[in-house]
Design a protein around this ligand. Structure first.
Ligand code: UTP
Length: 292
């Protein structure tokens, strides 16, 4: 097995049911925070953390996601002609951002199944899995934090966040013991535990760095109640083999996988850019005042 970490897998083939109706036509990863699609942010964070290859796992019809990263000659020519150099440089940067390839998941059979489909692209090397809905604003990106722990401990590592009691029964929760202020050695993982039975308040949010042995564990995992193969059980199956660690992520985390979450992410991002927020508030004030 090679030890270099070069490939980031981004599974985006789910139906995005919580965003219907927009996801009938627009894949969820292309929904924006202000003007930047969720997928752009994931790929940028991957590249900044040193990943060289991006493998998108997408469903048929999601070509616009891969197309986002290809050159746009007509647009670039128009921007050049009109002297919009900043915008032109931005378009070149997006098209040159990363080596993006795609594999197709024909049926949405779960996150674990989607990751398994990237096996040939990943090969016999450790790799990362990013979920574009998971947003973190911190001094360091989520993948950077996970990678720093992985460089120390190896094996399988993922990001967790501390959540309030009421959120626990809806999430994947880890059991284990702290190894320092920011990291846990994981001894078990439970999906959606009853609050009384939850081993901690640390919820699994990713990103993940996994060993290629995970592919055999995914293959050996039986589908759950609705026929989906999740990623939690295969990771738990690696605890004794290569070890599993959790990195407690520092930063402000927003799950943008629901309309309320994405709206919150937009408001949060706009507030960081105070002139944008002030302009938006002005538009709202003006609209209120002009009410007949
Ligand atoms: P989610 O559970 O968020 O599902 O999947 P979803 O389809 O995106 O959204 P909802 O729940 O229907 O509203 C977590 C990630 O795993 C991908 C999704 O695209 C998302 O990025 N996924 C999920 C797949 O690639 N394939 C699957 O079969 C399931």
């Amino acid at each position: 097995m090679s030890n270099s970490l070069e490939t980031a897998v981004i599974p985006v083939a789910g139906f995005g049911t919580r965003f219907l109706p927009v996801t009938r036509a627009v894949p969820k990863p292309l929904l924006p925070v202000v003007d930047t699609p969720l997928i752009h942010r994931s790929v940028q964070e991957a590249v900044e953390a040193g990943f060289k290859r991006i493998v998108l796992v997408m469903s048929p019809g999601m070509e616009p996601i891969a197309d986002y990263f290809s050159p746009k000659p007509a647009l670039e020519a128009a921007l050049e002609q009109s002297g919009k150099d900043d915008l032109l440089a931005q378009q070149h940067a997006i098209a040159g951002m990363a080596d993006v390839t795609a594999v197709v998941q024909h049926e949405a059979r779960g996150l674990g199944h989607a990751v398994l489909l990237a096996r040939d692209e990943v090969g016999d090397a450790p790799f990362a899995v990013f979920l574009p809905d998971e947003l973190l604003w911190g001094e360091k990106s989520a993948i950077q934090q996970v990678k720093e722990l992985w460089e120390r401990v190896g094996g399988n590592v993922f990001g967790v966040v501390e959540v309030p009691d009421q959120a626990v029964p809806a999430l994947g929760i880890v059991a284990g013991e702290p190894v320092d202020a920011n990291a846990w050695r994981v001894t078990g993982m439970v999906e959606k535990p009853l609050l009384d039975e939850a081993p901690s308040n640390l919820a699994i949010v990713g990103p993940y760095i996994l060993t290629p042995a995970i592919f055999d564990s995914i293959e050996a995992t039986a589908p759950g109640a609705i026929g989906e193969i999740q990623i939690t059980d295969p990771i738990a199956a690696r605890i004794d083999a290569e070890g599993v660690h959790a990195r407690i992520l520092h930063g402000i985390r927003i799950d943008a996988g629901t309309p309320a979450g994405l709206l919150a992410a937009n408001i949060f991002e706009a507030r960081r850019n105070s002139s944008l927020y002030e302009r938006a508030m002005q538009i709202l004030d003006d609209a209120e005042q002009s009410r007949e």
